[in-house]
Design a protein around this ligand. Structure first.
Ligand SMILES: NC(=O)c1ccc[n+]([C@@H]2O[C@H](COP(=O)([O-])OP(=O)(O)OC[C@H]3O[C@@H](n4cnc5c(N)ncnc54)[C@H](O)[C@@H]3O)[C@@H](O)[C@H]2O)c1
Length: 389
């Protein structure tokens, strides 16, 4: 069955989604072929929706209709499913309008700006009987699934004991992905720690299980940021966070995310276990008494050719299987909400100066940090998209 698809938001990530649709249409998924027809795009920035429509014509062989207002698109187009590709603060509001229009949903990470809004999306989709997946590439795609299978099998490190995860990006006082909104609390919730952090947190959940407790320190080293396109912003999000995590399994994690690096970026992800170590950044793994081996070679036997190589194509495959056959997705709303709660538990801990249980953030019992988002939201809610995207 070919589903009629629309994109709401045609900014930076939308091209990747276009290619994901093309790949899953070509490869097929769970017995289905040509899973989607991209019929419409909506974005208030005309230059952005026109550029993506032209790209779609080349990539998919059909030019979608374009709209400046997504509500008009929902009224006029006969759609089955919508992919939301808008900044975090709009996820719940636009998801609700799409669900009210009877459509199925693919939501971007993070599932929403706050835990409460993420929960509302999940519950409202259930109430309306519509499918909802979160497009989270960190846990999807052929190679990632193979790595996770090998890790769970004990084939890489034995039983995991320690996680080291470090990411320092260099922005020269500018904006991550060229988007000021990623540094504004009322639109992004937190800084790069959230934007990048939910990817990592969802991977932690899949690789190592639930995080019970978190502690963190955060800081804003560079509150004034600018680029030529958008000008200067005094930002209100932290640009550096250093956290420690305690997993339910007993694994201990050390986690650094910073968007205030200078000179050279840095990244390292390692998992140690009872028998060895895997260095995801170097692409190597080594067991006690053995030689260092290439990760690609070790995980090859775990690869499933039916899974698209591209994680976004995989996400569209999952969404189609959920809509047409009720097959539960790997990247579910529930998992995405728990990932967001890990990030907010760290930020809650940094704000209150004490370790925080992830369960307390998930339940809404701990919300000191999230309260500051609600206040910031008033400030940035009505800023024109072109000013911040
Ligand atoms: N899956 C991933 O790996 C991944 C990667 C990057 C971004 N994302 C997510 O995708 C979302 C968008 O990120 P981006 O990098 O494309 O940002 P972006 O700023 O480049 O694009 C956002 C687009 O949304 C548009 N927009 C704003 N208000 C709108 C409205 N009311 N209706 C329709 N469109 C509107 C903007 O004009 C802009 O073109 C974010 O939630 C982000 O976290 C996911």
């Amino acid at each position: 069955m070919t589903l009629k698809l629309a994109f709401i938001g045609t900014g930076g990530i939308a091209s990747w989604h276009l290619r994901g649709v093309a790949e899953v249409n070509q490869q097929g998924w769970a017995g289905a072929e040509r899973l989607y027809e991209l019929v419409a795009l909506a974005d208030p920035r005309a230059e952005a929706h026109e550029a993506l429509a032209a790209e779609a014509e080349t990539t998919l062989g059909q030019r979608p209709s374009v709209y400046g207002d997504y509500r008009q698109m929902l009224e006029r187009e006969a759609l089955d499913v919508v992919s939301l590709l808008v900044p975090h603060n709009l996820h719940w509001q636009i998801a609700r309008d799409c669900l009210d229009a009877g459509l199925h949903l693919q939501v971007q990470k993070p599932i929403a700006l706050t835990i409460a809004e993420g929960r509302r999306i999940i519950e409202y989709a259930q109430e309306k009987g519509r499918a909802m997946v979160v497009s989270e590439p960190s846990v999807l795609g052929r190679r990632t699934r193979a790595v996770l299978a090998a890790l769970h099998d004990g084939g890489l490190v034995g039983v995991p004991t320690m996680l080291l995860d470090y990411a320092v990006t260099v922005l020269y006082g500018g904006f991550f992905a060229g988007t000021p909104w990623r540094h504004l609390k009322g639109i992004a919730g937190a800084g790069w720690f959230l934007d990048h952090g939910v990817h990592r947190a969802q991977w932690f959940l899949e690789a190592l299980g639930s995080v019970v407790e978190a502690y963190a320190l955060t800081k804003t080293f560079e509150p004034v940021r600018r680029d030529e396109k958008h000008g200067t912003f005094t930002v209100d999000t932290e640009d550096s966070a250093l956290a420690v995590l305690r997993f339910e399994t007993g694994v201990l994690g050390h986690w650094l995310v910073a968007s205030a690096g200078h000179g050279a970026p840095f990244g390292a992800v390692l998992v140690y276990g009872t028998e060895g170590v895997v260095n995801f950044t170097a692409g190597t793994t080594q067991k006690d008494g053995g030689d260092q081996r290439q990760l690609d070679e070790v995980v090859k036997p775990y690869e499933d050719d039916r899974i698209p190589a591209d994680p976004i194509a995989h996400s569209f495959g999952e969404l189609h299987a959920l809509i047409t056959a009720g097959a539960p997705p790997l990247s579910s709303g529930k998992l995405a909400l728990e990932a967001l709660a890990i990030v907010y538990a760290c930020l809650e801990a940094a704000t209150t100066g004490r370790p925080v249980a992830v369960a307390d953030v998930l339940s809404g019992a701990a919300h000191t940090y999230e309260d500051t988002i609600e206040a910031a939201r008033q400030q940035w809610g009505n800023v024109p998209a072109a000013r911040v995207s």
